[in-house]
Design a protein around this ligand. Structure first.
Ligand code: SF4
Length: 388
């Protein structure tokens, strides 16, 4: 039997769009959310029927699963009964292993006490989208919550026994200063969440921020200030005892997100819901982004899948490098040889030697890792591992 799967469940609904967001998400009424939960269940059942009996996936008709991630959009905007129906389906169709990590993204502005029963039953890791601890910045971002609403949601989750919490924060927000970024970090870190995801704002095309940016009316921090925020992030998080294990992710020891590590290590995962991406048996695919098509077609996998790509060996090797090097532990030459039957250096030796000479990559024993400078310009360094 093969290694266990990760499952991603996409919930594409939000109370309203944030000003910077280009994710596949938007407002919807309760009837649509209910219909979507039903469509998700149909897709999960269809997957179980189609893949469950495959010898490579399972011997007893149930595929083992050891991470589940409810993401969005805002899963916490869903009605708890609808979420429960989806999770019951997951537990019926898959062999959910003991010790499974089940993460759920929550927007502090949509958290309701009535969700607690669902959370206590199914969820053991919560990811809270805070973005800033400054109410003025939250308003600028178009967020629907205040900092104190976040704090009360955080406290309620702790009281309910959730012992693994991530908080998302964002730097380089319009109007943000180095001092206000430091205050946000300090305020949140004093709560001692197990995990922190810290990103810089990217102004994406098609968002309200993009329109303001084009008009020259978005008051972004300057390039130097943005870099200072970036360096300050690592410094403060390390002071509080967090270690960086991926370019934008920090954790207390042992609290790294297992589901996300799966993506960087190219372990198999299957995404359910509109726009959800999957990697299984060296094939990548994404579901349709069209909600109407998904609602009517989710019972037939071939009707909702798009962008199906059987990865060539070269593409698998590229991904091994540029995903694996996102992690601070880097990539192992022995793992590469085991996966591909040839030496890492025979494929990437020249580029590794050059990046080492430029101070962007390190070799420690069996592993290649990005240096601090390599991490700072990771996008361009990782692009060096594209083979064609
Ligand atoms: S809550 Fe999250 S997914 Fe929804 S609009 Fe805001 S950033 Fe996007």
């Amino acid at each position: 039997m093969r290694e266990s799967l990760g499952i991603y469940l996409h919930f594409p609904f939000c109370v309203k769009k944030c000003s910077y967001c280009d994710f596949l998400s938007g407002p919807a009424d309760s009837g649509t959310r209910k219909a979507y939960a039903d469509a998700l269940c149909r897709e999960i059942y269809s997957f179980g029927r189609e893949y469950g009996m495959r010898e490579t996936l399972s011997r007893d008709g149930k595929i083992p699963v050891d991470t589940i991630f409810l993401g969005g959009g805002t899963p916490s905007v869903m009605d708890p009964e609808d979420l429960s129906r989806v999770m019951e389906t997951v537990f019926k169709v898959f062999d959910v292993l003991p010790g499974v990590e089940i993460s759920m993204e929550m927007n502090p502005g949509t958290f309701r006490e009535e969700m607690l029963a669902f959370v206590k039953k199914y969820i053991n890791r919560v990811s809270l989208g805070l973005q800033s601890a400054d109410d003025r910045e939250l308003q600028m971002l178009g967020r629907i919550h205040t900092y104190s609403e976040f704090e009360s949601c955080y406290g309620t989750l702790r009281d309910a026994g959730i012992s693994n919490i991530n908080v998302d924060l964002m730097s380089a927000i319009p109007g943000q200063t180095l001092a206000s970024w430091e205050r946000s970090l300090d305020r949140v870190l004093r709560l001692r969440p197990e995990h922190m995801s810290c990103y810089s704002l990217i102004v994406e095309e098609g968002t309200p921020f993009y329109a303001l940016y084009e008009d020259g009316r978005l008051d972004l921090p300057g390039e130097d200030e943005e870099r200072e925020m970036y360096y300050l992030t690592k410094q403060i998080l390390e002071t509080y005892g967090y270690h960086r294990y991926e370019i934008s992710n920090y954790a207390l020891p042992g609290c790294e997100c297992r589901h996300n590590i799966r993506y960087w290590r190219r372990s198999p995962y299957v995404g359910f819901g509109i726009g959800a991406a999957s990697l299984l048996d060296e094939t990548r695919w994404s579901n349709t982004r069209d909600l109407t098509r998904y609602l009517s077609g989710s019972g037939s996998l071939r009707d909702i899948r798009e962008e199906i790509q059987d990865l060539s060996v070269s593409e698998q090797m590229e991904e091994f490098m540029f995903l694996g090097l996102r992690m601070m532990e880097g990539v192992s030459a022995a793992d590469f040889a085991e996966a591909f039957g040839c030496e890492l250096d025979s494929v990437f030796g020249a580029v590794c030697v050059r990046l080492i000479s430029e101070g962007l990559l390190d070799r420690e024993g069996d592993r290649y890792k990005l240096t601090s400078r390599g991490i700072d310009i990771s996008n361009s360094v990782l692009a060096e591992f594209l083979l064609c």
